[in-house]
Ligand binder design. Structure first.
Ligand code: UDP
Ligand code: MN
Length: 344
């Protein structure tokens, strides 16, 4: 009797243990699922909350913007339209390549040009130094220019470099630099970029209107350049309905394009279509522009006439006088420049 009682107790004890173990397991599983579903719902709740918060902030900002626009409009009636034009996203970007080299007036020329360019919307300035290294002067200048820019360098081959005593017309200028800029565009942009290519020399004078004229270039466009080719102006002389009827030049009129570097712009699509087109140091004198444009398979009659059917001069081939620096140069020769720290 005692023996059977003991066996019975042992069996229930075993069962009880098993039951307890199973209960604990079920409890743990329940706890785990509860935890998972709780953290999940909290996440959803948080992200929903964040979304609402962002929407609220957006509403507040939009409201504030509207109030500011109204206040600005009250004081300066056309200011809002002006700002809208400057941040217009569907406006083609002008990519302008500028060769530049070290000389006494370099910073002055770049400053004057840079401050003109600050008024041009959707614009990227590709500045290419004629040097082995990027200089501190141009680097600092660009850093504080307030412009969207790309800074490159490409040294002119010594065989093609003008000596300071040479007349300007003896050799082409800016070839390696313009080609470096073209390579950058072809590498970093695509035919899908809505853009216009222009070549800006660093000492010319540009009206803001010339940039607005070139912006609508479909293939390639031209306009007259003031004070070029020994004339009041050179390039398209008579135009009608956006086509050039007569070209005006006094020198080598047989050139495919008797125009100045500042007198044409090209749609970027063409640059990608004819990916070999570039400048050449070996082009005959005065054929720099013609060589590039014929490389793009352009003919005179392809050119779209801008600037009110080529009746306005909006860009001038000005040149900065070389300053006389006798005293400074003497000091430099003695190794004691007036202030070697001063960037001029
Ligand atoms: N340039 C250059 N290296 C030179 C000479 C000129 O990079 O050795 C640049 C210059 O800064 C300018 C362009 O090439 O942007 C045309 O040169 P420049 O204005 O002297 O030519 P010009 O006005 O006589 O046609
Ligand atoms: Mn010049």
């Amino acid at each position: 009797m005692f023996k059977t009682m003991n066996i019975f107790r042992l069996c229930t004890l075993k069962h009880m243990r098993l039951l307890l173990l199973m209960n604990t397991l079920i409890f743990l599983v329940l706890l785990f699922t509860l935890y998972i579903s709780f953290t999940h719902s909290e996440k959803n709740f948080n992200s929903g909350n964040k979304f609402d918060e962002k929407q609220l902030t957006l509403n507040i900002i939009e409201n504030r913007l509207q109030k500011l626009q109204q206040a600005l409009k009250n004081r300066f009636p056309s200011a809002v339209d002006y700002i809208d034009v400057h941040v217009k996203h569907d406006l083609p970007t002008i990519y302008a390549i500028t060769p530049t080299y070290k000389r006494w007036t370099q910073k002055a020329d770049l400053t004057r040009l840079g401050q003109t360019l600050l008024h041009v919307p959707n614009f990227r300035w590709i500045v290419v130094e004629d040097s082995n290294e990027k200089t501190a002067l141009v680097t600092n200048f660009l850093k504080f220019s307030g412009l969207q820019y790309t800074h490159l360098n490409a040294k002119t081959d010594q065989n093609y470099k003008l000596k300071s005593t040479d007349p300007n017309w003896l050799l082409p200028r800016g070839v390696a630099q313009r080609n470096k800029g073209l390579t950058w565009i072809r590498k970093n942009l695509s035919p899908h970029n809505n853009g216009i290519l222009y070549f800006l020399d660093d000492d010319n004078t540009y009206s803001l209107r010339v940039f607005e004229e070139m912006r609508s270039t479909e293939v390639a466009s031209v306009w007259p350049v003031g004070l070029s080719g020994g004339l009041k102006f050179e390039g398209p002389g008579k135009c009608k309905d956006g086509k050039v009827l007569e070209w005006y030049t006094a020198w080598k009129p047989e050139r495919p394009f008797p125009i100045d570097m500042a007198g044409f712009a090209v749609n970027l699509k063409l640059l990608f279509k004819y990916s070999e087109a570039e400048y050449s140091n070996d082009a005959p004198r005065g054929y720099l522009e013609s060589h590039f444009l014929t490389g793009l398979k352009l003919k005179r009659h392809d050119m779209e006439a801008k600037a009110d059917n080529c009746s306005k001069v909006l860009v001038w081939h000005t040149r900065t006088e070389k300053p006389k620096m006798k005293q400074e140069e003497a000091l430099i020769r003695q190794g004691k420049s007036s202030n070697s720290e001063m960037e001029v």
